[in-house]
Design a protein around this ligand. Structure first.
Ligand code: NAD
Ligand code: LMR
Length: 329
């Protein structure tokens, strides 16, 4: 069996980092053949065509076919997995809100093209920022496709949070589990360590041994470091994160398709869980079971955590209002 994967913005930086890992089997495993459809705008076609030539030169045994196009209908024809990466990235000094209007126009038409052309079980992962609201716009435009098939990438934030917690505790990152991200993929996000474990032990115990004032450390160091890591990367590299974003995209899609044995994070549609308004694409602690994301239930955020979740959700509501005013959802 062959999986058809559409990557938008395939001529861009994240696209370039994604394509070769997908062709090498990192996304779906060493048995699953893949067919790649690369969507670009006319200015980006040459770059995507160059990547397609290099994919040929990789002689990847799993890669059946590569097609480069600037026509969304062609790109999404029979698509099983859609990775919506193409968007305008944030530059130094820009906030995500600045990008709303610029990117909103991209994701509506792509939602329509997905509804009209993709395979019935299509799964969509939005990477392009502002990812949550772009996913909302695409879902709203994709008549007949359940909103549950549209997700926003917050796995990069979770990976960052696990890495920072590991660093603070001097533990291997592979020992750190359950650090979910709540809310928006933005500086308001809430990386939540309250359920985290390190080598099976509650992280709260290890943190209390390491810091006199754990809440102070979370507020002044850990949370801003994770939530503003995107801006830090832009500042240091001069452009936004690429390989780590591609890596997180692979993690997200692989887990969605193959399932998880523990919690992770994804921006998924809310049905009112944890007081998050219906219909928002919000990051929650999730599990992937039988090919579907399921929000972890029964958690009881304390007042401190709930205030942070509420603040990020309020930003998502504002973004939804802004795109509503543009007639997009
Ligand atoms: P890039 O500028 O290198 O590439 C973007 C590509 O998209 C360009 O080649 C451009 O031609 C193409 N494009 C623009 N509009 C398009 C359209 N309508 N259809 C198809 N292609 C189109 O940017 P990048 O570094 O690859 O980043 C891509 C996006 O991912 C940005 O929005 C960035 O902010 C976002 N991002 C998200 C995360 C996350 O965790 N969610 C992390 C890093 C970056
Ligand atoms: C990131 O988190 O690295 C990206 O979303 C880029 C950005 O604008 O922060």
């Amino acid at each position: 069996m062959t999986t058809t994967i559409t990557i938008t913005g395939a001529g861009g930086q994240i696209g370039y980092a994604l394509l070769f890992r997908i062709a090498a089997g990192d996304l779906l495993g060493p048995e699953e053949k893949v067919r790649l459809r690369l969507l670009e705008i006319p200015q980006g076609l040459k770059s995507a065509e160059g990547a397609a030539l290099e994919l040929q030169d990789g002689a990847f045994g799993l890669l059946e076919d590569v097609e480069v196009t600037d026509a969304a209908d062609t790109a999404f024809a029979g698509c099983d997995l859609a990775l919506l990466v193409g968007a305008r990235p944030r530059g130094p000094g820009m906030e995500r809100g600045d990008l709303l209007a610029a990117n909103a126009g991209i994701f509506g038409p792509q939602g329509v093209a997905i509804a009209e052309n993709a395979a019935p079980g299509v799964r969509v992962t939005v990477v392009g920022n502002p990812a949550n609201t772009n996913a909302l716009i695409a879902a709203a435009s994709a008549e007949g496709v359940p909103a549950e098939r549209f997700t926003a990438l917050t796995r990069l934030d979770e990976n960052r949070a696990r890495a920072q917690l590991a660093l603070a505790l001097g533990a291997p990152v592979s020992d750190v589990r359950r650090v979910p991200i709540w809310g928006n993929h933005s500086a308001t996000q809430f990386p939540d360590v309250s359920h985290a474990t390190v080598a099976g032990r509650p992280a709260s115990e290890a943190l209390a041994e390491r810091f006199d004032d754990v809440t102070g450390w979370l507020e002044s160091s850990f949370i801003p470091r994770v939530a503003k890591r995107g801006a830090e990367i832009i500042e240091v590299r001069g452009s936004s994160s690429v390989a780590s974003a591609a890596n997180a995209t692979i993690d997200h899609v692989r887990d969605w398709v193959h399932g998880t044995d523990d919690w992770t994070s994804a921006g998924v549609v809310s049905h009112g869980e944890y007081g998050v308004p219906d219909g928002l694409i919000c990051s929650f602690p999730v599990r992937s079971i039988d090919g579907q994301w399921q929000i972890v239930d029964g958690l009881e955020p304390d007042a401190w955590a709930q205030a942070r979740i509420d603040a990020s959700v309020a930003e998502l509501v504002e973004e939804r209002e802004a795109v509503r005013a543009l007639g997009l959802v």
